[in-house]
Design a binder for this molecule. Sequence first.
Ligand SMILES: Nc1nc2c(ncn2[C@@H]2O[C@H](COP(=O)(O)OP(=O)(O)O)[C@@H](O)[C@H]2O)c(=O)[nH]1
Ligand SMILES: [Mg+2]
Length: 313
Amino acid sequence: MVQINFAAREINCKIVYYGPGRSGKTTNLEQIHATSPKKCVGEMVSIATETDRTLFFDFLPLDIGKVAGMQVRFQLYTVPGQVYYNATRKLVLQGVDGVVFVADSQRAMFEENVESLQNLFDNLRENGYDPDTIPLVMQWNKQDLPDLTPIEELEAKLNPKGLPSNGAVAIHGKGVFESLKKIAYLVLEKLNKEYGGGKKEEEEKKAAEAAERKAVAAASPKAPAAVGAPVAAASAKPPAPPAPKKAVPPPPPPKKAKLPKAPPRPRPPAPVAAKKARQEKAEAAGGKWIWILVAAGVAAIFVLIGIVIKSAL
Ligand SMILES: Nc1nc2c(ncn2[C@@H]2O[C@H](COP(=O)(O)OP(=O)(O)O)[C@@H](O)[C@H]2O)c(=O)[nH]1
Ligand SMILES: [Mg+2]
């Protein structure tokens, strides 16, 4: 089980290197220990005998740095390969987050690989894990030796589901980090899915990207037209109807672009002047009528006064 310490912003994952005896599991850890920056790896602990270099397990803590603001640490374990150490293997698998199955690619070792893989699935089930969902990476080791089972055959028989896999020559460090990267990716991806954060972030990111694309498309219809225009012009002059459609947007920009060049206000004055003239005419006409009315009013008053005087006399 991945241990997450939110207070310390730490994630600890357990990776187990599994496979038949002497397939190269301990060598994988040794290479990681030898070639990783000192600040990233802790002490490698191995409990070994002469026949199998791993009696109980090898252990190597590895700090891979920050992922999404969390410090991620991998605890790498190996199991002893010999059949009679099954109790130890089962124990080491407890709390596992991911498995690298190190197969010995030598033809003579094929059956041991099959048995070990079956044993892995059995022990996972007995520990309450579903072998179908546990992150698993296949490493076809010892590719430097003669008389190998071809990788295609290993893939077909040991990896029918097409899990991530790679060839390796662990003693030379070849393929070691490739497998480590693959299993790290699978474990973190699963963690992301289980805790939903990744899902949510991914959805938010997609929504943001879609919104951005829409905004860009809405803001600049010229951009796609400009890119599409020459293609349309070159390839589909007579037939393609969409081409002219795409070519339509370009005209507006030139018009807009011409605006500053043209004399800025040659036209507006004309209508304004005409308006003014019309207004003045109207005002002048209106003024005449006022004077006529005033004159008529005055005349009427004089007539009234005359009538009043006449009647008084
Ligand atoms: N030729 C060859 N030998 C290897 C390779 N990887 C590991 N070995 C050797 O195989 C032997 C067993 O390796 P070890 O890592 O102890 O296997 P483990 O039992 O799976 O942990 C050692 O002598 C290693 O040096 C490899 O890629 N090529
Ligand atoms: Mg070992």
